[in-house]
Design a protein around this ligand. Structure first.
Ligand SMILES: Nc1ncnc2c1ncn2[C@@H]1O[C@H](COP(=O)(O)OP(=O)(O)OP(=O)(O)O)[C@@H](O)[C@H]1O
Ligand SMILES: [Mg+2]
Length: 288
């Protein structure tokens, strides 16, 4: 069995002002699975991602990358940055260059790649995030959703094994979220594992294979998304609302409707509606 991409055991971390943000947290991110980290405000999601990306160092506990305990020296950090990239919630906290292409090239240049290799990575990352048309524009003149995608392109240009995104849907409209999810799906096809921290139970239910539910600095449960997000005890403990599609399925079941095994549990309300429409079409008598 291959080792998980990253594994945290018994992580503890307190901020300098004494707030304990992680209190003995365990999490495993296997290769190729989509993981959503869910939990109420202040439960430690962002702090956890900062640890997984090597941007904060735990007070105690262990982190392993591909089965090997991590170190915090220069060479270790360089290796870590290549393997794990984090996208912060606010794009303006990460954008600084005069143009989109320059911003995206920063990481690859720091890796010591030559100019053709840097250009190739920048072009690929901009194409993956649908940003080629704005490559020469200053990031601060772009829309919020575009700025968010520029930061993701910067992370993608590092060709990480693991991409961590903090609240990726925050501030995006419906189209913006769809574009982002399509870009993440393309990235996954190229072999990048993606984990997100979010409050958005509908996004997590529709997108994730697995969820890790954090309460008060500990992962209380990690497991299949569709199972955990239909578990009333888990949702109540993490003060999460029931995903809309789960509520809708329950309501339909109360009316006597049955989910067909072959349909599987729909991830989203749109998926459920499409399934209902298909069934209505199947039942419609042939027109004369
Ligand atoms: N820079 C900081 N200094 C001191 N305390 C902090 C700092 N950042 C976070 N905290 C505290 O650490 C705890 C965990 O915060 P964190 O930001 O990781 O939670 P979160 O789950 O990401 O919350 P949210 O859903 O609001 O984004 C909270 O009690 C928070 O107040
Ligand atoms: Mg947060």
């Amino acid at each position: 069995m291959t080792a998980p991409l990253i594994e945290a055991r018994n992580l503890a971390y307190g901020y300098p002002d004494g707030v304990v943000a992680l209190a003995g947290l365990d999490i495993t991110i296997p290769q190729g699975r989509r993981l959503a980290i869910l939990g109420p405000n202040g439960s430690g999601k962002t702090t956890l991602l900062l640890h997984l990306a090597g941007l904060l160092r735990p007070d105690s506990g262990t982190l392993s990358l591909a089965g090997r305990p991590v170190g915090y020296g220069r060479a270790d950090m360089k290796h870590w940055r290549q393997r794990v990239q984090m996208v912060l919630q606010e794009p303006d906290d990460q954008l600084f260059a005069a143009s989109v292409a320059e911003d995206v090239s920063f990481g690859p240049i720091n890796l010591g790649l030559d100019q053709p290799a840097v250009s190739a990575r920048v072009d690929d990352a901009l194409a993956a995030l649908d940003l080629a048309a704005v490559a020469n524009r200053p990031p601060h003149l772009l829309s919020y959703g575009q700025r968010k995608r520029v930061v993701i392109a910067g992370a993608v240009a590092m060709q990480p094994d693991l991409l961590l995104l903090d609240e990726p849907s925050a501030g995006l409209d419906g189209d913006g979220v769809s574009q982002l999810l399509a870009a993440l799906a393309r990235l996954q096809e190229t072999g990048t594992t993606i984990a997100i921290a979010t409050h958005d139970v509908d996004l997590a239910h529709g997108w994730a294979d697995d969820v890790g539910v954090i309460v008060a600095g500990r992962v209380m449960r990690q497991g299949p998304a569709r199972q955990l997000l239909a578990d009333a005890d888990v949702l109540a403990a993490a003060r999460l609302r029931t995903p809309s599609v789960v509520r809708m399925l329950r309501a339909l079941t109360l009316t006597g409707w049955e989910l067909r095994g072959e349909d599987g549990i729909p991830g989203t309300i749109e998926g459920l509606a499409a399934g209902l429409e298909r069934r209505a079409c199947d039942r419609r008598p042939d027109s004369p």
